[in-house]
Write a protein that binds this ligand. Structure first.
Ligand code: ADP
Ligand code: MN
Length: 255
């Protein structure tokens, strides 16, 4: 019917047929009616013209590569509306002072989660921490700047074998510098910073801001400690002489 046709169009199936029907399969298996309608909404407004590839299929979300109607590349993160991560999402949102009313309905809770990630991206950019530029969100769909060109930017984890000590040192400074700037200037913490959420492009880019939150959150110190710990232990394993994590934590948490 009409929606399926619109989705087929978004996925470029008309021109590309069977070869890409895999994409359609991922799509129709994973997404419910609301999701299809939301994609369709963006399609009619030119925000999504084509989705041509799957960047990642995760527990919570799938990320697609696409184009908008102007031919700009975009990344489209689509949260599952029937996630098994309900409990974790609920706990994180309940602790965030920016979030008011928490819907009981799992779908609506995921919409709040999606909106919060969008707000986090805006906030990160405002404090000059390199993140994908947020473009639009609606329901469980988030559109953002695509990091990469014909191929998507690799994660730090994907390229670590080809990096040298000096690269790791620079990346450590970038990561720790970002933690500090976020915390001190942005009153904010990423909360899941690791070699999996740093993309290596012209400059490194921090992605996956769904669990990021503000200092006022009662969980923020726990998240800050986790980020410092993850980053120092990863880079220590790569031979960088890193800061003492406890000291760094006390220094930041102290003010
Ligand atoms: P998850 O919660 O599933 O870890 P992420 O936001 O980390 O979701 O995205 C999953 C993967 O999708 C990333 O590891 C990265 O490879 C890719 N990705 C996410 N956002 C972008 C983007 N803006 N540009 C290019 N690739 C991206
Ligand atoms: Mn991730």
């Amino acid at each position: 019917e009409r929606l399926d046709r619109e989705i087929a169009e978004v996925l470029g199936l008309r021109e590309r047929r069977e070869k890409d029907s895999e994409l359609f399969k991922v799509f129709s298996e994973v997404f419910d009616r609301t999701t299809v309608e939301t994609i369709s909404y963006f399609y009619r407004r030119g925000k999504i013209d084509l989705l041509y590839g799957v960047l990642s299929t995760g527990k919570e979300a799938n990320v697609f590569a696409g184009f908008d109607a102007q031919g700009n590349r975009i990344a489209v993160k689509i949260y599952r509306t029937y996630t098994t991560e309900f409990r974790r999402i609920w706990e994180y949102l309940a602790a965030d002072p920016r979030v008011g009313y928490l819907p009981k309905d799992i779908r609506k809770l995921v919409f709040v989660w999606t909106r919060r990630e969008f707000k986090n991206l805006q906030r990160a950019m405002k404090y000059a921490v390199r993140a994908p530029e947020p473009i639009a969100f609606r329901n469980n769909v988030l559109i953002m700047e695509f990091i990469g060109d014909e191929t998507p930017a690799p994660r730090l984890k994907d390229v670590e074998k080809s990096l040298e000590k000096k690269d790791f040192e620079e990346l450590y400074d970038f990561a720790m510098g970002s933690i500090e700037r976020l915390w001190k200037r942005g009153d904010m913490v990423h909360g899941d910073l690791s070699e999996y959420n740093i993309l290596i492009w012209e400059e490194p880019v921090i992605i996956d801001w769904s669990q990021a939150t503000v200092k006022r959150n009662r969980m923020s110190l726990t998240l800050l400690y986790r980020d410092i710990k993850n980053i120092t232990s990863y880079f220590a394993r790569k031979g960088v002489s890193v800061d003492d994590p406890e000291e760094k934590f006390r220094e930041l948490a102290g003010d």
